[in-house]
Design a protein around this ligand. Sequence first.
Ligand code: HC1
Ligand code: SF4
Length: 574
Amino acid sequence: KVNLKINDSPVSVEAGATILEAAELLDIRIPTLCHMKMDCLNFEHRSGSCRVCVVEVKGRPNLAPACSTPVTEGMEVHTNTLRAINARRTILDLLLSDHPKDCLICPKNLDCQLQALAQELGLHHLLYKGEQSTYNRDLSSKAIARDLDKCIMCRRCETACNVIQTVGVLSGVGRGFEAVVAPAGLKPLVETECVFCGQCVQACPVGALTEMDYKYPVWRMLNDPAKTVVVQTAPAVRVAIGEEFGMAPGSVSTGKMVAALRKLGFDKVFDTDFAADLTIMEETTELIERVKSGENLPILTSCCPGWVKFLEHQFPDLIYMPSTAKSPQQMFGAIAKSYYAEKIGVRPEDLIVVSVMPCLAKKYEASREEFSHNGVPDVDIVISTRELADMIREAGIQFSQLEDQEYDSPLGESTGAAVIFGATGGVLEAALRTAADWLAGQDLQEIDFTAVRGIRGIKEATVNIAGIELHVAICSGLGNARKLLNKIQRGEADYQAIEIMACPGGCLNGGGQPYHHGHGQILSKRLEALYRDDKNAPIRKSHQNPSIRKLYAEFLGEPGSHFAHKLLHTHYIA
Ligand code: HC1
Ligand code: SF4
């Protein structure tokens, strides 16, 4: 242990800890901006580049950045000397001198850490009136909007993209005043290998990186009497949207969300969880076939579009591995525009499918060519959890006061197996539950595969399903996926099934979720909430979903049938 004093209070910390960490133990807040820490994921990036966290260390001539200065025995730190306060204010003043002051209409308004810092430091007039850099906004992709005028060079997005995700799209470009963090050659995002995971958007403290906003197309459709507008909500949305309305992290607000969607005017409120159960029917059929034949193993889950795009760009030699099953989002769209449209007598082009997703890559997924038929996309518009919260606010709906309501039938019925899709490990566990029952020919009672749970980035387990031993692995975060796939390429891994999700922790930490800024245990709480929801569900196995059984009986035939393949499976492009 190392002993030191901060603002005259003694504290002991582990050797190697920083002044910032020691201050946290004393509940002394030191402002930060470029510092990136995700408590749940055990991830910390100490860049020390913005210098907003400078403090005075007795005996040292220069102020020290608290986030990257290790503590030493006997150190005496003062966080609020006049010199430290003035330095912080000057740094902020200089940052703002080259920053647009359009906070009122910025998509990050009230969620911006630069704005919060200006408030916290009491900066009410600016001394420096510097030149301001201007760039064209990058609206080239369906998923992510980039506004370099707002980039403050904190490089948090670069860390997310290069260190966590190992995609390597974002880095420092240009020098001095012209320096920004952007794709090489300032290329538009759509021309890069960006997988649209949105982890850079979660990391960005300002409005430089945000989602492509599709709220107005949704409002337009809701107000078009010629259209029947249905909505599907992804598993992870229900455990996070409450945070936007002051509810505690880990609240499950499914019923309130359904009520809010009805108030917004959707004709039917359905659940992506229904389609997650459907995905399990098709994917498990494939898993069992591959395990029995011993061919094309391991099977990789394919419901995460960021991960699929990563594989297509970076591991084209492994393109045969993912399950061919479409993601739940796309299965939902395909079923809505065929089975459901037929049932209610509406032409597919007049049925509008809106998705609410925790994910920005889902916006891109819905736009992929394979997911349109005769020019009609299966999913028309994708909005994020944050965009839905914006619409609810805009409509003046008091979310936290709403009475719970139920999803509509039949595409709203789902099981506990479906809701855990939103957490890393959940898709595989759902598949294992169904595989075990099918192989044993029984309704097994042991359905909690706890070895595949938890927020860790790489998990491995050997599970026994109906007497067959399966080696499985689960990865979340593309850096972790890269490690595992490299092992497979080197012939050092022998798995039969692998789940991969692009975002660390799974969809619950998607790029479209309420900003959590890595604080506290928010991600773990969302994860626990999903498993709680599963535990409380009356049906916890996908193949026991009555609406899914009916869908096969009335429309699809058997899982894996020719027709099911035509409608519910896809291919990948190396
Ligand atoms: Fe996901 Fe999925 S779990 S990909 O993480 O398979 O986005 O929530 O909707 O499609 O169901 C996301 C979440 C989501 C799909 C499902
Ligand atoms: Fe990198 Fe993901 Fe951001 Fe694309 S969306 S730039 S891959 S972090």
